[in-house]
Design a binder for this molecule. Structure first.
Ligand code: ARG
Length: 473
């Protein structure tokens, strides 16, 4: 098996297992295949070798293995790492997983001394170490991509502070808002995602290595040294916990689910906004596709796919919570199921974030259509109620008065700005000529300068804060 696709050799059944001492017969090939993780855990090849290099170094330093043996082992491992980076390693189902495949290759290369590498360690602490190393790297990448999407949102927001659009509740027009304000809402959601992922690094960045199979080891190893060599901030306190903890993966899946939920909501808005009914935006051709039958179509496929892929990430989270819920301490083979969902989630999240940044950067905003929409509804009704309330009318009464005016408009087929002043005066003598200015959507937006509101000044202040956040490392 080379790379990800190639199938294993048919000689599997005859191969002697590295753990085969107490066995009198070998499993059938199809049973081996069912139990093997190498088809997917080869993704961990580099982390596996890096972990082994640190372990071997420590074994030498602690006098557990002679330096000469350690040099041979490390030489062999480095050769394997180079080959791995070139995609030149051939994996075999017969050796079950990435750990045994690498160990076998090492022994083939340097001889029986390669068999000393596994001194004072188990595949149980080894696989956990690999996963920690892998996720640490991927979370770093995801953090960078979240920042990238936030940058794209800020860049669009800067252009659209004074672009006004209908704001919605219940998907009914509610009050007009600044388009930048709407975009920045997603900036702050992503900021929470950023925080969650970055706080999770504290738990990911701990070393399980040296916990052995479950109970520690009789060899005088130095766990702090391997942790240091691998750049871990700390070690797991308890050996049983070290090998059987998958919280850090579940937490990653949970953080990813939340992030995908946010992306999915924005995807839904882009889909709505680019529909014929809204026409608020047009997605760049690069992120849309046509129909094979209807020549006029331009479909927001990428946004739809991201909305759809959210489902599989939630699925991986549910799967892992369920895999773990009944497991006694310590390692159980069930835990091998932690990998595919995690790899798939990494791929999905990384891909979605990249696509999203591109979509936001390149979308064309139809400011005229957005603004026109704010003038053709009753989303300025709150302005009238606020107007009366500011003049001392209890808000509840003001609400009632304006409600009646809206009803009157609906009956007459006009909007609030179309009513003559005497109709207003009849409803309440407190109405004056200046209500027409208050009714203007642009005024309505700009007056909402309470902290975190959509007023232009507030939005500018929020933009400055967002940019400041992006510029602090
Ligand atoms: N392939 C295994 C996994 O992914 C590695 C650990 C195997 N340990 C064991 N005791 N069988 O979980």
């Amino acid at each position: 098996m080379k790379g990800r696709r190639k199938s294993h050799s048919s000689a599997t059944r005859l191969v002697k297992k590295l753990w085969g001492g107490r066995f009198t017969k070998t499993a059938e090939e199809w049973v081996d295949e069912f139990g093997a993780s190498i088809p997917f855990d080869q993704e961990l090849v580099e982390e596996d070798i890096e972990g082994s290099l640190a372990h071997a170094t420590m074994l030498g330093e602690c006098g557990i293995l002679p330096e000469d043996d350690v040099e041979q082992i490390k030489g062999g491992l480095i050769r394997l790492l180079e080959k791995a980076k070139q995609g030149e390693l051939e994996f075999s189902i017969a050796y079950e997983d990435i750990h045994l495949n690498i160990e076998k290759m090492l022994i083939d290369d340097i001889g029986p001394v390669g068999g000393k590498l596994h001194t004072g360690r188990s595949r149980n602490d080894q696989v956990a170490t690999d996963m920690h190393l892998y996720l640490r790297k991927r979370v770093e990448e995801i953090l960078g991509l979240i920042r990238g999407l936030q940058r794209a949102l800020v860049a669009q927001a800067e252009k659209h502070v004074e672009t006004i659009m209908p704001g919605y509740t219940h998907l009914q027009r509610a009050q007009p808002i600044s388009f930048a304000h709407h975009l920045l809402a997603y900036f702050w959601m992503l900021e929470r995602d950023y925080e969650r992922f970055s706080e999770s690094q504290k738990r990911i960045n701990k070393s399980p290595l040296g916990a052995g199979a479950l109970a520690g080891t009789t060899f005088p190893i130095n766990r702090h040294r391997t942790a240091e060599l691998l750049g871990f901030a700390d070690i797991y306190e308890n050996s049983l916990d070290a090998v059987s903890d998958r919280d850090f993966i579940i937490e990653f899946l949970s953080n990813s689910s939340m992030l995908m939920m946010h992306l999915s909501r924005l995807a839904e808005e882009l889909i709505l906004w680019s529909s014929q009914e809204f026409q608020f935006i047009e997605l760049d051709d690069a992120f849309a596709t046509g129909s094979s039958i209807m020549p006029q179509k331009k479909n927001p496929d990428m946004a739809e796919l991201i909305r759809g892929k959210t489902g599989r990430v939630y699925g991986h989270l549910m799967a892992m919570l369920t895999v773990m819920k009944g497991l006694p301490l310590a390692y159980n083979k069930d835990m091998q199921e932690d990998k595919e969902g995690m790899f798939d989630t990494v791929k999905t999240v990384v891909g979605s974030l990249k696509i999203f940044a591109g979509m936001i950067e390149t979308m064309n905003v139809r400011t005229d259509v957005m603004e026109r929409a704010t003038k053709q509804d009753f989303s300025n009704a709150t302005e009238l109620a606020d107007y009366l309330a500011a003049k001392g009318v209890p808000f509840r009464e003001a609400h009632e008065i304006v409600g009646k005016l809206v009803l009157h408009c609906i009956e007459q087929g006009v909007f609030l700005a179309d009513l003559p002043l005497d109709v207003y005066k009849e409803a309440s003598p407190l109405f004056e000529e200046d209500i027409y200015d208050a009714l203007h959507p642009r005024t309505a937006v700009n007056r909402r300068n309470s902290a975190g509101g959509t007023g232009f000044a507030e939005v500018r202040a929020a933009l400055a804060k967002a940019k400041q956040l992006l510029s602090t490392p």
